[in-house]
Write a protein that binds this ligand. Structure first.
Ligand code: GLC
Length: 733
């Protein structure tokens, strides 16, 4: 495996030569703390019983109070567990000590955890951070997360999630970098560099885990875990792209997705795991299943029983079983019955041992006392980076009448429960944050605007009441309404059939609009929302997502103008839920949507998205001119002038797109090929440029063959996928 010394490779082989079959299979087993005692059903069943009302919440809590945590020490001691999920460094060291000093082979555990957007210093959810279009930022935040988590004993992140997602009904759009394969690829590469790149010390890097391989974001009807069917040209040109880029960048592990792809669950899909990932892409690390996914292959209907599922998964190239123990219970018998060649077990164990060796776990398996204390108080530099990421991720969607930025002395009525919440700014999958680190919007606003009154009034759940606001009688100069979704309304198992602002928040918004005061809507949400009503009636809309621990300061800095908003949308926003999936890089069809009836459109919805991919406003304005496309032997040299035509400096996200106008397969109306962040003072003009290698102007066909076809191409440049200059060029490859 690249990145290992010859000596390390030999050490892996030497270990393998001494390991028993059971010990090799033990490395293929990933476990987590489980709860035992107090009840005679599996913990998952207990959760189901509470969820479906078979037991009350009180009964559940009573049973739980008798439960004990099982850390599976005996299985670790007997070499039957290769990886463990735990986020406490003291416990991690205890379990590691058993593995290293009490098991026969002394092989360290690889401790893994879902560190998706920060460990202690939680930064924006990926859909938001991707909207900064700042690859250097992507890398720096990942590096910070790696350092913080390694100091807690976590050497493996189940991140980055790089699922291309076009359907905002799917709750997991919050976890990934949006709808575009190129932005997703650049995000993935930067995250791999950030997580794995600084190998100056084993305290600075972790193993990344690309997930969820593959096509999970295309779940039918946006319903989580649902079936996925797609033409293979879509697979190669969209969904596989970020994974291929990240493998090329050196990703060390991959997690297979829950879904089936064209009828074969990814967990047992040999075409995906062996042929595509390990052979075609040359992936050197190991593949882990998603939680319980091997067992679920029986439910999928692709395996007769757990033994059959385990055999199919191992043969397909699944190296590690997350959470079912099916491998340790069945693979030895399967090998002895000749159903699984021992070479399959050797390959999986070799890949796993190689990643542990690459992580330096054999030499440094433990967390030092000093490391454990290192982040008790967050370093200013980490908090500053969380703030930088947060404020770069805010997208200004609408600013009618230039209500924003607000003057510091403005008399502000701040409305909405979400504004005071600490846990609701954190976002999906943050597991190691601490309340004391969090800056809610209310705090940030109070520190910035001295004449502020706060009215909780209501939020995504429960009632709303304007009584307090009405009793106050005085609205001040402007109302800032913080509305949107709870963290629990996006992320895993959080698909929605209606993605308008939930609960009675729209009613609250209407009442606020009736005051006659200007209303600034600040959205806290984990997915694109259907904003037709807000788009038509609310003068100012700020997309603030779930920005992490520094959300309060970031929002206040943007509303006050201390930070000129520079975020752009990494995912299109629909007008109505019924438009989903809606995305910019769509096919033209033979009847592109227009005002004419017999075209690709809805009778009851506007054409296209409300706010398109790449869109975002600023407190200044930018103009594009002079797009030039010069052809060289093996590339196109593209340049465009961008001017700051407003009153203040800002950072513009210059986007370059391409269209292959005629090809042997229909191609998208636009494909993002590059982006540049350009700092411009008021009145300043700069040239943004990029080189487009001709070999990157092709596409994969349904057989996975990459095709470069002569013909007409259009090159676009602009400040969003919708508003661009365009030049045509005819290419002969
Ligand atoms: C979950 C998620 C996956 C996560 C894993 C471990 O079900 O699908 O993203 O990494 O289990 O928590």
């Amino acid at each position: 495996m690249k990145g290992l010394t010859e000596k390390q490779i030999q050490k892996v082989e030497e270990l393998l030569s001494r390991m028993t079959l059971e010990e090799k299979i033990g490395q293929m087993n990933q476990a987590a703390t489980s709860l035992v005692g107090g009840f005679d059903v599996p913990f998952e069943e207990l959760i189901e019983m509470m969820t479906d009302g078979r037991i009350s919440k009180e009964e559940f809590e009573k049973i739980m109070s008798t439960a004990e945590q099982d850390f599976h020490e005996d299985e670790i001691r007997s070499g039957m567990i290769g990886s463990f999920m735990v986020q406490d460094p003291v416990k991690a060291n205890e379990l590691q000590k058993i593995a290293v000093e009490e098991s026969r082979m002394g092989i360290p555990l690889i401790i893994g955890l879902d560190v998706i957007h920060g460990f202690r210093s939680v930064y924006p959810i990926a859909i938001a951070e991707a909207g900064s279009f700042d690859t250097d930022l992507f890398e720096r935040t990942a590096s910070m997360a790696a350092k913080e988590s390694r100091a807690a004993g976590v050497a493996w992140h189940f991140a980055p999630m790089v699922d291309v997602a076009r359907d905002a009904r799917w709750g997991r759009v919050s976890e990934g970098p949006g709808e575009d394969p190129y932005l997703g690829s650049e995000f993935a590469r930067a995250k791999i560099r950030g997580l794995q790149g600084d190998r100056s010390s084993t305290e600075n890097y972790v193993a990344a885990c690309l997930k969820h391989y593959v096509g999970y974001g295309a779940a039918e009807s946006g319903r989580d875990y649902n079936t996925v069917s797609m033409a293979m040209h879509q697979f190669y040109n969209n969904y596989l792209k970020p994974f291929a880029a990240a493998v090329d960048e050196g990703a060390m592990t991959v997690m297979a997705a829950f879904n089936d792809l064209n009828g074969v669950p990814c967990t047992v899909n040999e075409f995906l795991l062996r042929k595509t990932l390990k052979e075609s892409l040359g992936f050197p690390g190991f593949v882990v299943s998603d939680a319980n996914a091997i067992r679920e292959c029986v439910v999928h209907g692709i395996a007769e029983d757990e033994m059959d599922a385990g055999i199919q998964a191992a043969l397909a190239g699944m190296d590690m079983d997350m959470g079912t123990s099916i491998y340790v219970k069945n693979l030895k018998a399967a090998v002895e019955a000749g159903k699984v060649p021992v070479a399959v077990i050797d390959e999986a164990a070799r890949r796993i041992l190689s990643v542990k060796m690459w992580l330096g776990l054999f030499d440094n398996p433990y967390v030092s006392e000093e490391a454990m204390k290192r982040y008790e108080t967050l370093p200013d530099s980490h908090r500053a980076l969380a703030l930088e990421a947060a404020e770069k991720s805010v997208v200004l969607l609408k600013n009618e009448g230039s209500v924003l930025p607000l003057k510091k002395e403005a008399r502000i009525s701040l409305v909405g429960n979400l504004a005071q919440s600490r846990e609701e700014i954190i976002g999906a999958w943050a597991m190691s944050w601490q309340e004391k680190d969090c800056v809610p919007i209310l705090q940030g606003m109070e520190e910035t605007f001295p004449n502020l009154k706060y009215f909780p009034c209501g939020g995504p759940e429960g009632d709303i009441s304007m009584n307090e606001v009405i009793a106050a009688g005085d609205w001040g100069d402007v109302i800032v309404a913080v509305l949107g979704e709870l963290v629990s309304m996006s992320g895993e198992a959080s698909s929605k059939a209606d993605i308008t602002i939930p609960g009675r928040q729209r009613e609250l918004l209407e009442m606020l609009m009736h005051t006659g005061k200007p209303v600034v809507l600040v959205l806290m949400n984990g997915r694109p929302l259907a904003l037709e009503w807000e788009y038509n009636y609310v003068p100012v809309i700020v997309e603030a997502w779930h920005l992490g621990i520094e959300m309060g300061h970031a929002v206040a800095r943007v509303l006050s103008g201390e930070k000129n908003p520079e975020g752009r949308l990494s995912s299109s926003f629909p007008a109505l839920t019924g438009q989903c999936p809606v995305y910019y890089n769509h096919m033209n069809t033979g009847r592109p949507g227009s005002k004419s009836k017999f075209t690709s459109r809805y009778l009851d919805a506007p054409l296209g998205s409300l706010y398109p991919f790449g869109y975002g406003l600023s407190y200044t304005t930018y103009e594009y001119s002079d797009l030039k496309v010069a052809e060289t032997e093996d590339s196109l040299e593209v340049s465009v002038k961008v001017s700051n035509t407003g009153e203040r400096g800002g950072r513009e996200t210059v986007q370059f797109y391409m269209q292959d106008v005629t090809a042997t397969l229909v191609r998208p109306v636009k494909e993002l090929k590059a982006f540049r962040k350009v700092e411009l003072e008021a009145g300043e003009t700069k040239t943004a440029a990029f080189t487009l290698p001709k070999k990157e102007m092709g596409f994969y066909d349904n057989d996975g063959v990459y095709r470069l076809e002569d013909g007409l191409f259009r090159i676009y440049a602009g400040g969003s996928s919708k508003d661009c200059l365009m030049e045509e060029v005819r290419i002969k490859f």
